[in-house]
Structure formats: structure tokens, C-alpha cells
Ligand binder design. Structure first.
Ligand code: NAP
Length: 259
């Protein structure tokens, strides 16, 4: 059976670029996101350019039943998932006290719950193959508290800690688990998170989604458990660990404040 990569959030940004890379490397794909038309456009592009098959399912991963729907689709079409790429994620800019609860709740459900549920659903099949890959897209936000994006930063702490813990549990199983930690990256993220006015993207080098995806793919294949993209982003957590946490939090607040 040909290996297949399941990629969430493949309709734009890092997920879309990961889909292009996995296709280039000969994986069949199962791509998901909410915007079905975009997924079909990508399916056509990838099937035309590579000898692979692309399955598409439009789902809203902030909904409780979405991971189950994805798993049922895989069983129905007899797809063997070799790589699970939990990439879909969103943020929201602003003070927590002013946040819309439905939005907060959907960030928690998408960034943490769906990622955890999908991982739980697919681990048994990856274990049977004794050869598999799990990439969870975290962020450099995983390394410090993030005033003005508090829930997003906290959700990425979760993704990083969860990934490192299961990487340890699954060592010797033949499954590589990698937490990809991008810094600021060109994609639709900034607009969706309503953070166009934040200084974050002006103060730090901004990578392209393609650069981040190439690095993420290579790190996953090489078994790198925590893959931080970019030299500055790699150095920052080491520096942060030496400085009082309240200073770090205050510095992030300054960076996140509006221009
Ligand atoms: N860009 C950055 O600066 C940056 C930095 C660090 C980490 N990250 C992380 O990188 C990952 C990818 O983000 P990106 O930068 O590529 O942003 P993006 O261009 O906005 O892509 C986000 C993807 O997630 C999907 N998505 C959003 N809500 C969804 C939902 N409820 N159900 C299913 N799919 C959903 C979107 O598709 P639909 O809208 O079609 O559903 C889209 O395909 C995220 O986990 C993000 O937190 C981004």
C-alpha cells in the first residue's frame, strides 16, 4: 500500500506548502480544512504534477465530531495513514477580558482538542506499521506567555509539551514525533488572528510558509523532536530561560502592542 500523509489546514500557508512537499516526495495525500474549493484546486495541482492520489474532506476541526469523521473517511476508503500532520491552528489578538467566548472556545478546540483526538485515533495504525510520522505544528509562542494573545500562546505550550511527552512514550516504536515551532511566517494567520496592527511581524524576521514547511519536513524525517525554524528563534528560548519570567512576559506584551 502506498504511504499517505494526512494534513490538516492544507488550504493555505504552511499546511498547503507541506502538502506540496509530501506530494513531491511521493506520498499520497489526505488533505482537510473548511474551504473545500481550495482543497480541490490543490488536489488538481498535485495530482497533475505528481503520480499520487489526493483525498479531500472539508471539515471544521473546532467541532467535536470532526476527528471521528476524518477517521471514518480513512477506514471507508481503506487509506493507510503513514504521516499525521496536525497543522491547522488559529489565534486571536486582544485582551482576554474582551474576547468573544465562542472564538476562544474554538481556538481551544481546534489548536488542542482536535490535534490530540486525531493523534489518539491514528496512533494505533501507525504503531501497527512500525513506521510512521506525527508532526504537530506548535510555535515559538510555546516558549513564553503571550499577553494580548494569551489563549493562543498557552495552546502552543500545550502542543509542545504534549508532543515531547508522546515522542518519549513512542521512542523505539518506529514513529517519529516532531513539534514544528515556526516564528512569524507569511500566511493568512496574521489576518485571521486580527493582528495586522501588532508589532510582532515588523520586529522579527518573517519566513515564508515554504521555508518553514521544507524545514519541518526535513526535521520530521530526521526524527528531530523540537524543530524551531530560524537561528534567532532557536536562540531566544535559551536566553528566555535565564531571565525572570515576568520580564519575558512584559517584553512580549510590548512587542504585541499595537503600532
Ligand atoms: N504564520 C505564523 O506566523 C505562525 C507562527 C507560528 C505557528 N504557526 C502555526 O502554523 C499553523 C498553520 O498556520 P498558517 O500560518 O499556515 O496560517 P493560515 O494560512 O491561516 O492556515 C491555517 C489553516 O488552518 C485551517 N483552519 C483554520 N480553522 C480551521 C477549522 N476550524 N477547521 C479546520 N481547519 C481550520 C485553515 O483552513 P480553512 O480556513 O479553509 O478551514 C488553513 O488551512 C497553525 O497551527 C499556526 O498556529 C503560524
Amino acid at each position: 500500500m502506498q504511504k499517505t500523509a494526512l494534513i490538516t489546514g492544507a488550504s493555505s500557508g504552511i499546511g498547503l506548502e507541506l502538502a506540496r512537499i509530501f506530494a513531491r516526495e511521493g506520498f499520497n495525500l489526505f488533505i482537510t480544512a473548511r474551504r473545500e474549493e481550495r482543497l480541490h484546486t490543490l488536489k488538481k495541482e498535485l495530482e497533475d504534477a505528481n503520480s499520487i492520489r489526493v483525498f479531500v474532506l472539508a471539515v471544521d476541526l473546532s467541532k467535536n465530531d470532526a476527528p471521528g469523521k476524518i477517521h471514518q473517511f480513512v477506514q471507508k476508503h481503506d487509506i493507510q495513514i503513514t504521516a499525521l500532520i496536525n497543522n491547522a491552528g488559529i489565534g486571536d489578538y486582544g485582551f482576554f477580558k474582551d474576547a468573544d467566548w465562542n472564538r476562544v472556545s474554538s481556538i481551544i478546540d481546534l489548536n488542542m482538542k482536535s490535534l490530540t483526538h486525531l493523534t489518539h485515533l491514528f496512533i494505533p495504525e501507525l504503531l501497527k506499521q512500525k513506521d510512521g510520522y506525527i508532526m504537530n505544528v506548535a510555535s515559538t509562542a510555546a516558549f513564553q506567555p503571550g499577553p494580548l494573545m494569551s489563549v493562543y500562546y498557552a495552546s502552543k505550550h500545550y502542543v509542545l509539551a504534549f508532543s515531547e511527552a508522546i515522542a518519549n512514550e513512542l521512542s523505539d516504536s518506529g514513529i517519529n514525533v516532531s513539534a514544528l515551532c515556526p516564528g512569524p511566517t507569511e500566511s493568512e494567520f496574521q489576518e485571521v488572528a486580527n493582528m495586522k496592527k501588532s508589532k510582532l511581524f515588523d520586529r522579527f524576521p518573517v519566513a515564508t510558509s515554504q521555508e518553514v514547511a521544507e524545514y519541518g519536513y526535513k526535521s520530521l524525517m530526521n526524527g528531530k523532536r523540537v524543530a524551531i525554524y530560524g537561528l534567532m528563534n532557536k536562540i531566544a528560548p535559551k536566553f528566555i530561560s535565564l531571565v525572570p519570567r515576568c520580564w519575558v512576559t512584559a517584553a512580549v506584551r510590548k512587542i504585541q502592542e499595537r503600532k
